[in-house]
Design a protein. Structure first.
Length: 292
């Protein structure tokens, strides 16, 4: 009778710390594990557990949003071409068609992707999450405003005095307070909601479905900057505007992607615009200070 060969002796690794869970170390004493790390649930920058947020992806929604916005804007501008461009009526006429276009694009994207409006925003689920989202949005909104200002700085030496910030704001200072209140509401509330819903809520996720994140974020930022091109404006002013707004769009896009919620981007966008509105309100004081 032939006996089976003896089993080779089991050789254990020497005692020491070894990686066992996502880079975390456990202690092996030579025979057993005496310490194992507790797996930690991944969390977003706002302090909530990472979750899968449905994306409203739709190329048709993007096309509809742009086409409807352009068509309505052109139609209304043609019908009301005699309205003074610094009146309350003109202010509404200038933004409502654009908002309706962006909203229509969001609706089409929602229907095409099967994602309800707002479901893809990744809204915080806790009070602490909301507080952190708002705080991050405000802080990075200021940072993005500074970055956009630095991007615009190289163009300033090539601008005429009338196109410098003081020159652009001066005509608005004498307008009644109702105009300023409406302008503030549009800039701080309306624009962040509608623009973020479309550009970071539909355009960016659609691009992310085909492109790597850095490319998609930069591309949507470039589109966001391009749509702020002003017909009739000088080449240098338009170049400065497009470059600075592109930087802002990339910042908002990165923020939404990093935090996994559109709330941070909306708050940052509102903060970004609020700084401009504050400058407009404080213009008389700033002008006196500059001329002192």
């Amino acid at each position: 009778m032939t006996l089976p060969p003896p089993s080779p002796p089991v050789i254990y690794p020497p005692a020491g710390w070894y990686p066992v869970y996502e880079g975390q170390l456990g202690w092996w004493d030579g025979t057993t594990w005496t310490y194992l790390p507790t797996p930690q649930t991944p969390r977003t920058p706002i302090g909530e557990e990472v979750r899968d947020v449905p994306a409203a992806r739709s190329w048709l929604g993007i096309v509809v949003g742009f086409v409807v916005a352009i068509a309505l804007t052109a139609l209304v501008a043609f019908a009301l071409d005699d309205v003074e461009n610094q009146s309350n009526v003109w202010l509404v006429v200038a933004v409502v068609p654009i908002w309706l276009g962006l909203l229509s694009g969001c609706v089409v994207a929602s229907e095409r992707s099967g994602v309800r409006l707002g479901e893809s925003w990744g809204l915080p689920r806790t009070r602490k999450g909301w507080v952190r989202a708002v705080a991050i949005g405000i802080g990075l909104g200021v940072a993005i405003r500074v970055a956009a200002g630095l991007a615009a700085a190289p163009f300033i030496p090539f601008l005429d005095d009338d196109t410098l910030p003081f020159g652009q704001v001066a005509p608005l200072v004498d307008i009644d307070s109702t105009f300023l209140w409406m302008f503030g509401f549009i800039a701080i509330v309306g624009a962040p909601l509608f623009e973020e819903a479309f550009f970071r809520g539909v355009l960016q996720p659609t691009l992310l479905g085909r492109l790597r994140a850095p490319v998609a974020i930069c591309l949507q930022g470039l589109v966001f900057g391009a749509v702020h091109f002003t017909i009739g404006g000088t080449a240098m002013v338009n170049a400065m505007t497009v470059v600075s707004i592109t930087v802002a769009g990339i910042g908002f896009g990165w923020l939404a992607h990093w935090t996994r919620t559109l709330v941070t981007a909306v708050v940052a966008h509102a903060t970004f615009n609020a700084i401009a509105v504050a400058f407009l309100v404080a213009y008389p004081w700033l002008e006196d200070l500059a001329n002192a």
